[in-house]
Write a protein that binds this ligand. Structure first.
Ligand SMILES: NC(=O)c1ccc[n+]([C@@H]2O[C@H](COP(=O)([O-])OP(=O)(O)OC[C@H]3O[C@@H](n4cnc5c(N)ncnc54)[C@H](O)[C@@H]3O)[C@@H](O)[C@H]2O)c1
Ligand SMILES: O=C(O)CC[C@@H](O)C(=O)O
Length: 528
């Protein structure tokens, strides 16, 4: 199969080489489509690669019937509707590390532009004004840098500020005293950082909680003459409040690389001489663009090859070692899910998944998602995958729970899926046997041993002489070959089960005739 990949923002050509060198991938790069054309064409693509310009909206994602993955060549994903991606079973990956250094260096450049009035002085010189008094600056040494958000970039900026012999105080909900001490910086509350900073730089994501984090009240807390830098996301700083703070003299200078609305060319902030601005250049270096493009290209390739991705955004990120441990269970879990929903053959309200043995000690989330995918695809078809399985179950009012217990005896690893419907509970268990692969080992309370694949038939019957013989003859009359048969009973003469694998699908007519045989209680055909 050829996968079609749309690249709708400028990505490094060197960086997308892994895609170019992958045989079954066809690339459409920067076709220059506007929003309408993108909407018209998106359903032709399996993968979409963007930076920060393309808005990956809900309407676009809902139109993208073929899209499986969105790759963000960078950190911020605020231009992607993550909920819509998840609901439509589209995984989003990003490249969180590739442009950290570039963004940190750009931030430092912006701090120094402010401290020495470099852009303004250059602009004046270009106007043939040799003016050395107007552009007297300040040293960074011994000044305090307030950092709001000490993640990858914030930490790199803090390190560089220390190199300039600045004092650094940072606020980050996840910053510990130990980490602050280790970095030689001070940990403070947001208020303390805003009060202490001679320069304040923000490095948080743009979230509901961080939108307008730096607002008029925040400016009130700051020192007179403070200088502000935003190389993170427009919107973290309230631009109108910043304008007022500069005009009032509270803020002596502001250096902005990102803006609430981009492109940003008309805002009144640009009319102020105290403002330095760049058009979202923090990641715009040859090196950063190559790294992020390579990283996101590799993740797209991994995903299209059915492998785990390294940087999922709308799925929990699992370390590759742990993923290596659990991937072999995905197939088993999905097959058990499909088996049990066909066996139950009714609307269900609850899915209970239990893990025992080795499985009780590993990250089971992705396995659960594959089991739920196996169940739901009977209702919803191929639009269900492990990205949207839990969302779709929730939307159908089906609760999903997990339990774990170490197994002192029996199977070294066992997955049991129980579904609850109006007529009660049905359950199935499976395991992975070394060298033998997935095995179905329990149906309800009966012990069996079969490979969960192909055309299977579950027959509930009364444990009586002749039932099995009649069953065999009935299948023979319909020219259906029985490949494997497992039998178990609750007790002598009591309830019993046959689990068959047959060579072709059991048509309804044959099923109905077999179900009428003496001692037969139910016949269920399950095609895996
Ligand atoms: N200008 C650019 O071109 C450019 C380039 C790269 C990244 N960015 C942006 O920079 C920002 C930071 O990127 P990063 O890679 O460092 O991300 P990161 O996830 O490594 O760090 C973000 C930090 O913000 C912290 N945080 C979250 N909410 C907070 C709050 N209310 N107050 C204080 N801290 C809070 C988090 O705990 C985390 O440590 C992102 O918005 C990213 O999109 C911009
Ligand atoms: O792609 C870019 O140029 C910007 C990326 C940057 O804002 C990010 O969040 O990684």
């Amino acid at each position: 199969m050829t996968y079609r990949v749309l690249i709708s923002d400028p990505l490094s050509e060197e960086g997308i080489k892994p895609l170019r060198e992958t045989e079954n991938i066809e690339i459409v790069k920067n076709p220059g489509w506007d929003e309408t054309e993108l909407l018209e064409n998106i359903d032709q693509f399996d993968a979409l690669l963007v930076r920060s310009q393309t808005q990956v909206t809900r309407p676009l994602l809902e139109k993208a019937a073929r899209l499986k993955i969105v790759g963000r060549a960078g950190v911020g994903v605020d231009n992607i509707d993550l909920d819509a991606a998840t609901e439509n079973g589209i995984i989003v990956v990003n490249a969180p590390n590739g442009n950290t250094n570039s963004a940190a260096e750009h931030t430092v450049a912006m701090i120094m532009s402010l401290s020495r009035n470099i852009p303004q002085a250059f602009h004046a010189l270009k106007q043939k004004q040799w003016d050395r008094k107007r552009f007297v600056g300040v040293e960074l040494k011994q000044k305090t840098l307030g950092v709001v958000g000490l993640g990858r970039i914030g930490a790199e900026v803090a390190k560089r500020a220390k190199g300039q012999r600045m004092n650094v105080i940072a606020y980050d909900p996840f910053l510990t005293d130990e980490k602050a001490e280790q970095m030689g910086i001070k940990r403070g509350t947001l208020e303390e950082v805003l009060q202490a900073g001679d320069f304040i730089t923000v490095h948080t994501p743009l979230l509901k909680e961080t939108r307008h984090l730096i607002n008029a009240e925040a400016f009130e807390l700051m020192k007179d003459g403070v200088q502000i830098v935003n190389c993170a996301r427009g919107g973290i700083i309230d631009e109108d409040a910043l304008y007022d703070a500069i005009v009032s003299g509270k803020v002596a200078g502001a250096a902005l690389d990102v803006f609430e609305q981009e492109p940003f060319t008309e805002h009144k902030l640009l009319t102020l001489p105290e403002v330095v601005a760049t058009p979202h250049l923090g990641a715009s270096t040859v090196e950063a663009q190559e790294i992020v493009a390579v990283d996101v290209s590799h993740d797209v390739i991994r995903f299209l090859e059915g492998k785990a991705v390294r940087h999922p955004v709308n799925l929990p990120s699992i370390p590759s070692e742990a993923m290596h441990q659990i991937e072999p269970y995905f197939y088993l879990a999905e097959k058990l899910g499909t088996f049990i929903i066909d066996l139950a053959n009714e609307v269900i309200s609850e899915i209970r998944i239990s893990y025992s043995g080795d499985l009780s000690e590993i990250e089971s989330g992705p396995v659960t998602r594959n089991a739920v995918k196996g169940i739901l695809k009977r209702y919803l078809g191929s639009r269900v995958n492990d990205v949207n399985a839990l969302y779709l179950a929730d939307r159908k009012g089906i609760t999903v729970s997990e339990s774990k217990r170490s197994a002192r005896k029996g199977f070294t690893n066992l997955i049991t899926i129980e579904v609850i419907g109006a007529s009660g509970s049905r359950k199935v268990s499976g395991t992975l046997l070394n060298g033998l692969g997935p095995r179905l080992v329990r149906v309800d309370d009966y012990q069996v041993d079969a490979t969960p694949e192909g055309h299977m038939v579950v027959i509930q019957h009364i444990d009586q002489p002749g039932v099995i013989g009649r069953m065999g003859s009935a299948f023979a009359e319909h020219n259906i070959n029985i490949a494997t048969m497992q039998v178990d009973r609750s007790d002598v003469g009591g309830n019993a089960i046959m689990l068959l694998t047959i060579d072709r699908h059991l048509e309804d007519k044959a099923l109905a005739e077999i179900a009428l045989l003496d001692e037969i209680k139910s016949v269920t055909a399950i095609d895996l």
